[in-house]
Design a protein. Structure first.
Length: 477
């Protein structure tokens, strides 16, 4: 008896998995497959934090599959070579998958579809990663959009693209399983550096945890999300972004769970939370329109922006959390320790790099892509372009986050003290700008500026003016 194959990618779950549902509905044995490809993505291959998460997520998915009488087959290489070879040796009649949206992966899927079709093997793909396929939300003139608010309104008007797919209670296994690599053989975790050990206390990857975190957020934090989400000292956000990126939970599951308990029109917290989910949809819309978005500014004028030269020492200080601006440094240290950063702090650290230091946004994008457990190509690049001012729906360039007043405005003292314990002797009014505090008080707090904590790399006021002057140059060109 022939079998069918379900190709997993960024959809490492069993619930609401339309491709798996369709594969099971064929009535044939199902072979679940994950293909790890470290070469084809080029510079956008998974970074260190993402690879640790992927390792853990694959293990969780395999365990969930085994509980249903199945298992996860793992392979390494190009999917358009691995899958046809597997199809020949195990009499695969059809392949089921969700539509891929990263440019490199989308091309891989197209190559695979052509090859399978030419060999008489059915290839079926469906939308299981986004709420709607890119290109679905159109303006009233029928045009694709690059501004978020009208995009969101258009997406809401579309309603549901599909119903929730139910979690299977059993998966028919083939008579003979293909050979499979183990997670250890994929070598996703670099045991030489041991960096992944810092991530372990903060995360438990997998579908079950994603569902539990969503339920906890809805019960405990969603109603106040709009008013409290910008306060990094509070646990007021869902922290679902890595689970969403790896597909351990789907955006449709999130939307359905929220709307099951409240009306978005009546609950500002819920509406704002779902708006963040739609921002991810918008990021993929932009990536679909501009596959070069991770590397090229969406606003062409920014290709002439006068970034500074010879910035290696500045970039290194920013990465290490040694800029002399505690709110920035706390964020960068949180990132390296946990693989995650509070969204308000992401904006502040990105603004500091691009506007205080005048370092190209692509440098920050690369670092985030390597160190974030939720390193999503579309969301990461769209977010960096938004902060830098070069995006299609960009924050105005002259909006330059002040890392001193932002700390005060959003009551971030507890957050800074957690990640910069060397500053705990300072009072809250001095905490966000120790370089400008009275030297005697800084010394009394046990801090030696330039030794135990750095002086500010730049002066905020003068750096802000330099950034505005640089912007004027491209406006005039």
């Amino acid at each position: 008896m022939s079998a069918v194959l379900c190709w997993f990618h960024q959809d490492l779950r069993l619930s609401d998995h339309p491709a798996l549902t369709a594969a099971i509905a064929s009535g044939k044995p199902v072979i679940p497959l994950y293909v790890y490809d470290a070469k084809t993505p080029g510079k956008w291959a998974a970074g260190g934090a993402s690879k640790w998460w992927l390792d853990q997520s694959l293990r969780a998915l395999d365990a969930d599959l085994r509980a249903l009488g199945s298992q996860l087959i793992m392979a390494a290489g190009r999917a358009d070579e691995v899958i046809p070879a597997l199809a020949k040796t195990h009499a695969i009649s059809d392949v089921y998958a969700h539509t891929h949206h990263e440019p490199w992966s989308r091309q891989m899927q197209q190559n695979l579809a052509s090859r399978l079709t030419s060999e008489g093997i059915g290839f079926h793909h469906s939308e299981g990663v986004l709420l709607w396929p890119p290109g679905s939300a159109l303006s009233k003139m029928g045009e694709r959009m690059r501004v978020f608010t009208p995009f969101k309104k258009s997406l809401y008007r579309l309603g549901r693209y599909r119903p929730i797919a139910q979690r299977p209670d059993h998966i028919l296994a083939p008579a003979q399983w293909p050979e499979s690599l183990t997670c250890d053989a994929l070598e996703l975790v670099d045991h030489r550096t041991g960096w992944h050990k810092t991530l372990i206390p903060h995360w438990t990857p997998g579908e079950q945890t994603a569902q539990a975190m969503l339920s906890r957020f809805i019960d405990q934090a969603m109603d106040d999300y709009k008013s409290l989400r910008d306060f990094p000292s509070l646990e007021a956000t869902s922290r679902l972004s890595p689970y969403l990126h790896f597909g351990e939970i789907s955006p449709l599951q999130i939307l359905n769970a929220v709307e099951a308990v409240t009306d978005l029109d009546d609950n500002r917290g819920a509406e704002h939370f779902i708006s963040e989910v739609v921002w991810r949809e918008f990021s993929y819309e932009l990536l679909d329109q501009r596959p070069d978005m991770p590397e090229a500014p969406l606003k062409e004028a920014f290709s002439r922006f006068p970034w500074v030269d010879h910035y290696d020492h500045l970039l290194s200080a920013w990465k290490r959390g040694e800029t002399g601006y505690p709110l920035v440094d706390a964020g960068m240290r949180e990132l390296y320790a946990t693989g995650w950063m509070h969204n308000r702090i992401r904006m502040i650290t990105a603004s500091f790099l691009t506007k205080h230091l005048l370092i190209p946004w692509q440098e920050g994008e690369d670092w985030f892509f390597d160190t974030l457990v939720d390193a999503d190509l579309a969301s990461n690049s769209a977010g960096w372009q938004w902060v830098a001012g070069s995006g299609a729906d960009a924050s105005p360039y002259f909006r330059i986050f002040n890392p001193i007043t932002q700390g005060l405005k959003f009551d971030a003292s507890q957050y800074v003290r957690r990640w910069l314990p060397e500053l705990n002797g300072l009072s809250d009014d001095m905490l966000f700008d120790p370089s400008s505090a009275p030297p005697a008080l800084v010394e009394a707090a046990g801090i030696r500026l330039g030794e135990t904590y750095p002086y500010g790399l730049v002066d905020h006021a003068s750096a802000r003016q330099k950034a505005l002057d640089a912007y004027e140059k491209i406006k005039a060109s």
